[in-house]
Design a protein around this ligand. Sequence first.
Ligand code: SAM
Length: 280
Amino acid sequence: MLYVVATPIGNLGDISARAREILAAASAVAAEDTRHSGRLLRELGLERPLLSLHEHNERARVAELVARLQRGENIALVSDAGTPLLSDPGYLLVAAAVAAGIAVTPVPGPNAVIAALSASGLPCDRFCFEGFLPARAAARRQRLAELAAEPRTLVLYEAPHRIAQCLEDLAGACGGERRACVARELTKRFETFYRGTLAELAAQARSDADLARGESVILVAGAPAAEPGAGLLDATLRVLLRHLPPSAAAAAAASLTGVRRADAYARALALARDVPPGTT
Ligand code: SAM
């Protein structure tokens, strides 16, 4: 059996009784960082053989681990924090185990997305998790343009040194008035929820260095249901204007979104000032 075991994201007290039991009984623990998970096991009073499974060796390790599972061993998969596979290694192993007919079972527990959502004050009935945005500016802008009209609450992971820029980019793509939340240092001593509009949070990130300290999840309310056409039109036009002049972009956007061609053209002219043609 392969157990996918969630571990704390900052507070040791969040390890579940079942996770502790499974780790104690596993033949081996496959860990993103064996030193980090070795410390966790010691803190739990456990001693188990550890083997590393990280983004650079996962492909090579999978065959060996699947063979051990096929021999009847129980292996626990953990990452440095939270739930493995969620922007963490493990996907190749789980996919290979499933393909080989090995039983895979989750041992659920901490996860920064769910923790952040549950206390953000933003709608949680439908959400979309985008992981980390691309680091390169052009790819990032393009992804944000695709996400601007998303009606579900958007949840992102972000590295501390990019939080401020990410909030600026989000305000540019989704509009500064969109409600948002930065959930920082969840379950830790300096846990803080910054709530406000994207413009307010971007301004706070510029003036308050604490906002970008430590680990954070960024959440953005979905595009307003009252004007889905406008959000979708803008997002479509922003992508098309990178490759087409305003008149052609407006014609294509009008047939894709159902918005009147004249309205699409007026909007394309306004947006063309922000999105010079040929930008990728
Ligand atoms: N697998 C993990 C999980 O289940 O949440 C996520 C791993 S991902 C490599 C790390 C990112 O998760 C961080 O950059 C941050 O965006 C988020 N994160 C992890 N721990 C956090 C915490 N305690 N507070 C806020 N965000 C956290």
